[in-house]
Design a protein around this ligand. Structure first.
Ligand code: SF4
Ligand code: SF4
Ligand code: SF4
Length: 1013
């Protein structure tokens, strides 16, 4: 492990291609179901070379090694912008150098290989593709599968004129005189019996890459040299800084990238638009004179301040989605000046959603990099290729359609919205150590506080088998209807589809299953296994869920509530426009059908002693948090109402006269509910939410903030009311953010600045508390914040066999948190009674080949949700978007540009997953991309996965678990211990620990099924 990759020698490269295709029907991890075999239908010409689909990887991590280029060809690429070479070819690149989880960033630039090694890689790729086309996938042998290699060089004239770079250019232009070409062709003919003649004209075109800050005169001098002296078809790569700081800043702000920090100085030191135009015009004239193509490559990455702490250094280079609005606008401005006659090679946030539109302007070729670094990896090229093929021929006129381009440029920047900015949060990961083997998990299940088996019930929903889907949900969640509407769906924040389009509509799918599934009570309820009785105080979500789990386990459960019906907060406080009564009633009916007893209208003063005397062995306090703290402001105005009271009356359809203007104090979900309810009261014209911190720190779910925004609620951040006068003047003090407080959020600090607002009614939503008087009465001692001292493992209070859960324990919390407490309490009681506790199955997951192929195909496809789930086919399609991460994760395999992680099929009961991830040390440059996307917090597949080393020195220098082969002996390291294995002698793995048994089994599979590795 030294961050250095080692090229694969040409004969071995061919052995690998052949062997993998024969044994696994894949090549460099690209399953043959993802080979893109459709021929192109319109030729794209670049000088004397041509391809039939001007799409492929941009100069970057996907065009550095031969195997990368081959992988891109297999998935549909036919135009390759090779990784930049430069004279200084022994620079150390600090690692990791790529972070592409949201928009893309990198700190790498030219190839990490020496210039001669880079040439060798490009030559091997050139010949390997020819070999695949003619000897392996013969459908590809026709003209319509031809491909273009485009060189990329940098960064200064002296370097480009050096003999090292000059040799590179000349060898790429005509490789036949090089010894490597002769040697590889001999091998192809003599060993592989390859009979096709292969062109040695690898490339006659070039993209000039210049440093950020390169002087205009230098850019022109290099391009002049390339055109006039080297007679190469030339694209000059330009920076987005040409658009000027103000335009770039405001575009990033308006397109959701306010968190990106720019350095104004980098705009001043780069080429300016007015300088660029005459240079480009002179170069264009020169190209015409020399009968060459000249154009621009749009665009380079954008240098930004490194404020994310993921990559080394102070500056990093922005790419991906944030670049699209900038690059397309730059394309439009240049096309306008050149009256459509400037060829544009495009790269800058091209993806499935926009590639067809970009092509329809006539722009081509299009290259991508960031897109291929995300889950799906190279497989994403297939869908992009389909889009390109739909617009085949758009490039034939050689001109750009200004009208279409103008529309695209305009549409890329939405109009200014209300000045609200919610910074995108990172996709959360599993807070566990990445295991050596069996790492596949469904991130949605991991993230769900009650670990619902989402992938499993989505599979049933996909088959319209709602009964089994509901049964699967009920294993962990007894309130599927309620949570089907108002769960805060943390699962969706972790969904793999966040990296593609939008997360699975998991909550909606649960609602669909709950509404359509039928479960017979006896399928869920077990026989009576204990005579013990449980009293639950409170029929809200926590009480209902605890009742279900314990009744199901055989206890006799009675729920007491002071209200006339069950549901608690969700029935009486949450407005009907968020949660219909019918959903609550369905869940309550189901729980009652399990045999749970309910006693309603019970005064809320039952003591523990009374309950014990009445024969209850266990008591669960699920009494909610219904007491509002007093408002810390001076007020002579009586038009103040607490949110809980307001919402309760709103749900009872009470008549209100709130006046025209309503202000809500608070930033939680109750504040959002109150604001949205107030917007619906006749006569109310304006509703504002006043919050003492910023919107980013609001405890309300982001979705509820967005719903309130959509309902027209006005948000005022960093402001707190201090006085409410009789005549309706609400005096507010401004705040600023200070140091973090105990919650980790920046503390709001008052500043000496006030604002008067005219308000008719003030609604306070500043967090409800549990009834502390009652807790004291029954012998418990809440602290100042109303919290009790409980056993964190069981939620048992200081009174034996008295438990507490839900809002009563946590303060205002979510329904799924209430269910979490319910599960914890039920488990604790079962353990006390020595009854079996339900656990999730840990048996081996079966993965049949049909399911596998369907998942593998989906992994390369962007497929947005429709958001509408009325018709059966809409529901089926949504559930079918699931990538079934529990059965086949492989993110690290897909996102590795260097193909340094492989998935090995294991047919062995020692493993749970059908595939195991194995890392190939020699191919890895420690770019860090697989770690970015691994499902585990701090998971680094390139360090934590079982590794194959190609020599003893690499094995010794590394700490990875793995092996190196020396003759017939395998030198193995597991858990920091090194040991040897001789497959001829040490045949019985029974004596080994489970992990070492797994290692031995894996080795045997690698020897027999993956002999080419
Ligand atoms: S794709 Fe499916 S299994 Fe994966 S996280 Fe999303 S819902 Fe869960
Ligand atoms: S294995 Fe990981 S760190 Fe290594 S090259 Fe691949 S993505 Fe980069
Ligand atoms: S990314 Fe790779 S190592 Fe991480 S969980 Fe997925 S398959 Fe395992």
């Amino acid at each position: 492990m030294n961050g250095k990759m080692y090229p694969v020698p040409f004969p071995r490269l061919l052995e690998w291609i052949k062997g993998e295709y024969r044994h696994q029907r894949s090549i460099f991890g690209i399953n043959s179901v993802n080979f893109y075999k459709t021929p192109g239908s319109h030729e794209f010409k670049l000088g004397d070379q041509s391809c039939w689909r001007p799409l492929g990887p941009a100069a970057g991590p996907h065009t550095q090694m031969a195997q990368n280029i081959v992988a891109a060809y297999l998935t549909g690429a036919r135009y390759f912008e090779l990784k930049t070479v430069q004279q200084l070819d022994n620079l150390e690149i600090a690692k990791p150098c790529i972070a592409a989880d949201k928009e893309g960033y990198n700190t790498e630039w030219s190839t990490e290989l020496s210039v001669p090694e880079a040439f060798d890689e490009y030559l091997k790729a050139w010949l390997a593709i020819a070999y695949i086309r003619h000897s392996i996938i013969k459908e590809w042998s026709g003209e319509t599968h031809r491909y273009i290699f485009n060189m990329s060089i940098g960064y200064d004239l002296a370097g480009i004129q050096s003999s090292k770079i000059d040799h590179f250019i000349e060898n790429m232009r005509l490789a036949e005189k090089t010894p490597q070409f002769k040697k590889y062709c001999k091998h192809l003919i003599e060993v592989e019996k390859f009979t096709w003649s292969t062109s040695s004209d690898i490339s006659s075109s070039i993209t000039l890459s210049t440093m950020h800050g390169c002087p205009p005169g230098e850019i022109e001098a290099i391009a002049t040299y390339l055109l006039a002296d080297k007679r190469l078809h030339t694209y000059v790569k330009l920076n987005p800084t040409l658009l000027g700081y103000d335009f770039v800043r405001s575009t990033l702000d308006r397109t959701g990238f306010r968190h990106i920090q720019l350095n104004p100085a980098s705009f001043e030191r780069d080429l300016q638009f007015v300088q660029a135009i005459p240079i480009l015009k002179r170069l264009q004239s020169l190209a015409i004179k020399n009968n060459l193509t000249f154009g621009v490559k749009l665009s380079n990455t954008l240098a930004v301040i490194n404020n994310q702490g993921k990559l080394p250094g102070e500056e990093m280079y922005l790419s991906g989605s944030a670049l699209y609005p900038l690059t397309i606008n730059l394309a439009f401005r240049l096309a306008q000046v050149f009256d459509s006659n400037l060829p544009i090679s495009y790269s800058g946030g091209a993806d499935f959603f926009n590639i067809g539109k970009i092509l329809s302007t006539g722009i081509a070729p299009i290259t991508v990099a960031t897109n291929l670094l995300k889950p799906g990896g190279y497989l994403r090229l297939g869908q992009l290729a389909e889009e390109v093929d739909k617009h085949s021929g758009a490039w034939e006129s050689g001109k750009v359609n200004l009208e279409i381009l103008a529309q695209l440029a305009e549409q890329a920047i939405p109009p200014n919205r209300q000045n609200i900015y919610i910074e995108p949060k990172p996709v959360p990961k599993a807070a566990r150590r990445l295991p050596l083997f069996d790492c596949f998990i469904a991130p949605c299940q991991e993230r769900c506080p009650i670990h619902q088996d989402v992938a499993n019930y989505l599979r049933f929903v996909n088959k319209s088998d709602f009964d089994n889907a509901l049964e699967s949900i009920l294993m962990q969640n007894p309130l599927p209807n309620i949570t089907g509407y108002i769960c805060d769906h943390q699962c969706m924040s972790a969904c793999t589809r966040n990296y593609y389009d939008n997360p699975l509509a998991i909550r909606d799918m649960k609602r669909v299953a709950a509404e359509n599934g039928h479960i017979q009570s006896q399928k869920v309820t077990k026989k009576k296994s204990t005579a013990k009785r449980v009293a639950i105080l409170g029929a809200g979500p926590a009480g209902l869920a605890t009742a279900f789990f314990l009744q199901k386990a055989g206890f006799s459960v009675t729920v007491f509530d002071r209200n006339p019906q069950a549901g608690g907060t969700v029935r009486f406080i949450i407005p009907g426009f968020r949660l219909p009564l019918s959903a609550i009633e369905r869940d309550v009916r189901f729980i009652a059908s399990q045999g749970v007893g309910f006693i309603f209208g019970q005064p809320s003063n039952l003591t523990i002693e009374e309950l014990r005397q009445n024969g209850f062995d266990y008591i669960v306090l699920a009494i909610g948090a219904g007491i509002s703290p007093s408002l810390p402001i001076q007020s002579e105005n009586s038009n103040i109402i607490e949110a809980v009271e307001f919402l309760k009356r709103y749900n009872q359809k009470a008549n209100f006269n709130l006046g025209r203007t309503v202000a809500i104090i608070g930033g939680g979900n109750s504040a959002m509910d109150a604001a949205r309810a107030a917007r619906r009261i006749p006569g109310v014209a304006e509703v504002s939410i006043l919050y003492r911190r910023t919107i980013a720190q609001m405890p309300a779910d982001q979705e509820e903030v967005e719903n309130a925004l959509a309902d027209g609620v006005v948000f005022r951040e960093l402001i707190t009311p201090v006085e409410f006068s009789k005549d309706g003047i609400l005096k507010c003090q401004r705040m600023r953010l200070g140091e973090p407080d105990a919650s980790g959020r920046p503390r709001p600090v008052p500043v000496n600045d006030f604002e008067d607002l005219c308000v008719d009614t003030l609604i306070t939503a500043i967090g409800e508390q549990v009834d502390q008087k009652y807790l004291r009465k029954i012998g418990l001692n809440p602290n100042k914040r109303g919290r009790l001292d409980v056993n964190p493992e069981t939620n048992e209070s200081t009174l034996p066999n008295v438990f507490i859960g839900g809002d009563a324990f946590r303060g205002p919390a979510t329904v799924v948190e209430a269910i979490t407490d319910a599960r914890k309490i039920a488990t604790a009681i079962l353990k006390k009674e020595k009854l079996p506790v339900a656990t999730l199955p840990s048996s081996r997951f079966n993965l049949d080949s049909t399911t596998e192929q369907s998942i593998v195909q989906k992994k390369g496809k962007v497929c947005s949700t429709t958001g509408v789930f009325n018709a059966p086919e809409q529901i089926k399609a949504e559930a079918g978007r699931c990538l079934e991460c529990d059965l086949l994760c492989m993110r690290c395999v897909d996102v590795c540009p260097n193909r340094a992680n492989i998935a090995v099929r294991v047919e062995d009961d020692n493993f749970r997953n059908a595939y195991q991830i194995v890392h190939l040390d020699a191919l890895c440059n420690e770019c860090g991309n697989c770690a970015t996307f691994c499902l585990y917090e701090n998971g680094q597949p390139y360090r934590n996965k079982f590794t194959i080393f190609s020599d003893v020195t690499s094995f010794t220098d590394s700490q990875n678990d793995g092996y190196v082969r020396t003759g017939n002996i395998f030198l193995i390291r597991t858990a920091s211990q090194t040991w040897q294995f001789d497959p001829e002698k040490d045949t019985d793995p029974k004596d080994y620990s489970l992990e070492n048994r797994q290692v031995i089994n894996l080795l045997q599979i690698l020897r027999t099924e993956y002999p080419y590795l």
